[in-house]
Design a protein around this ligand. Structure first.
Ligand code: 4NP
Length: 159
């Protein structure tokens, strides 16, 4: 790979889905030996959880699959992210609408739905925040699959 790639995962709160995606993708990238070429971050469109760590249910579910989310801290999406990141991948259609509204005004990287890389037949990663334990497992299943697809896409584009 000749050029670095910067990837930003976006959800609403940055305490469930996007930190899970960040942690899972970090692991996939490290396994491929590409951690020096691919920069990874996550954020939320909302501001409620700024500075907080991921939801304990997300951390526990991820830990069971060998993914440690404990060092992550929530931050809010910023306009400048569309200039900084080459891939801005969002979890659901509301995230897409919110980030696209900014993108239409500022340009930069066009946001896309993360699951477009996942071939799961789903368009959105469902928000697990108000649901039960199985929602967190489902998030992991979806982001693992989409993460593999995204990594393949980056490897092909930058090869
Ligand atoms: P996330 O989940 O967007 O996957 O981080 C949520 C976390 C918190 C809230 C909503 C969604 N909330 O309303 O506080």
């Amino acid at each position: 790979m000749s050029k670095p790639a910067n990837v930003l995962f976006v959800c609403l709160g940055n305490i469930c889905r996007s930190p899970t995606a960040e942690g899972v993708f970090r692991k996939l990238v490290a396994r491929a030996g590409l951690q020096d070429q691919i920069q990874i971050d996550s954020c939320g469109t909302g501001n409620w959880h700024i500075g907080k760590g991921p939801d304990s249910r997300s951390q526990e579910a991820a830990q069971k699959r060998g993914v440690d989310l404990s060092a992550l801290k929530a931050r809010q999406f910023a306009e400048n992210d569309l200039k900084t990141f080459d891939y801005v991948v969002v979890m659901d259609r509301q995230n897409l609408a919110d980030v696209k509204e900014i993108w239409r005004q500022t340009g930069g990287t066009e946001p896309t739905l993360f699951l477009e890389y996942g071939r799961s037949g789903l368009a959105e990663v469902p928000d697990p925040y108000f649901g039960g334990e199985d929602g967190f497992e489902h998030v992991l299943d979806l982001v693992e699959k989409a993460g593999e697809g995204l990594l393949r896409d980056i490897q092909e584009r930058l090869a």
